[in-house]
Ligand binder design. Structure first.
Ligand code: APR
Length: 246
């Protein structure tokens, strides 16, 4: 088996030559910030609930107060933590290789907070509020807090601005992400299990475009078998090393 150092050098050489880079990120990138994955957050009070009960339009309709409470709990964790060295390494990567696009499944906005410019957020943003009926994004002063969840000016409940199970991803963002994957020459996949569609298709589009595929994950994922280089380890440790070699 090749050493991590050799694999890092190999990956860095391909990145140095790359004209277009797509970085697909998942919950593993925020793990070292203390943001639990969706399932890992289902502890204590939340243990007894199914993901569909907490993160679907039907679940919200059935028990809006419960779902709102779950998102308040997760928002608090996001508010109380900060980006980690994995996020900052991706900011450096974008400075070194200007045509870098971060395609993320994370809803914490830590890529933006860390300083990346070119970000496509596939699953929305946990801090945003939307009207459950109209779907539109709401400003803080449009929320009526006399109930839980708060209500929109139209009277409907407010929901978090994330994509729930059974919902479509924002179509423009998704088509931009697919286009980037179809035209990149390196695709770097970091901290995702690679099982949730359509995000998990992105490395396959890159593969079809004959891009060089690199993965960083502390464990093999559903995508590892198509990778040219698999860098096993924590994103907050491996990514800074990789970017320092470019
Ligand atoms: N460094 C690198 N990888 C890590 C680390 C770390 N410190 N910690 C965990 N991982 C890896 C795990 O091995 C796993 O492969 O991150 C991955 C996290 O997988 P998931 O929790 O399934 O997260 P993700 O792939 O981002 O999920 C996609 O599913 O829950 C829904 O909508 C939600 O956006 C989310 C989507």
């Amino acid at each position: 088996m090749e050493s991590l150092d050799n694999l890092l050098t190999k990956a860095a050489e391909r990145l140095k030559k790359a004209k277009r880079v797509v970085v697909l990120t998942g919950a593993g990138v925020s793990a070292e910030s203390g943001i639990p994955t969706f399932r890992d957050a289902q502890v204590g009070l939340w243990e007894k609930y199914d993901p569909a009960e907490l993160a679907s339009p039907e679940g919200f309709q059935a028990n809006p107060k419960l779902v709102w409470g779950w998102y308040e709990y997760r928002r608090e964790i996001v508010r109380n933590n900060i980006p980690n060295p994995a996020h900052y390494a991706l900011v450096e990567l974008e400075k070194k290789l200007p045509h870098t696009v971060i395609v993320t499944q994370n809803v914490d906005e830590y890529h933006r907070i860390a300083g990346n410019q070119n970000i496509l957020e596939l699953h929305g943003r946990i801090m945003e509020n939307r009207c459950f009926k109209e779907g539109r994004l709401l400003k803080d002063n449009e929320l009526n807090h006399s109930s839980i969840p708060p209500r929109c000016t139209c009277g409907a409940y407010v929901r978090p601005g994330v994509v729930w199970f059974g919902e479509s991803l924002p179509s423009n963002t998704l088509s931009q992400a697919f286009n980037e994957a179809r035209s990149c020459d390196v695709c770097l996949v970091v901290g995702t299990a690679g099982v949730v569609q359509p995000a998990a298709s992105i490395p396959y589009y890159a593969e079809q475009a004959k891009a060089f595929l690199i993965e960083i994950n502390n464990l093999p994922s559903a995508l590892t078998s198509i990778m040219q280089v698999f860098l096993q380890g924590k994103a907050g440790e491996v990514l800074p090393k990789l970017v320092s070699l470019i």
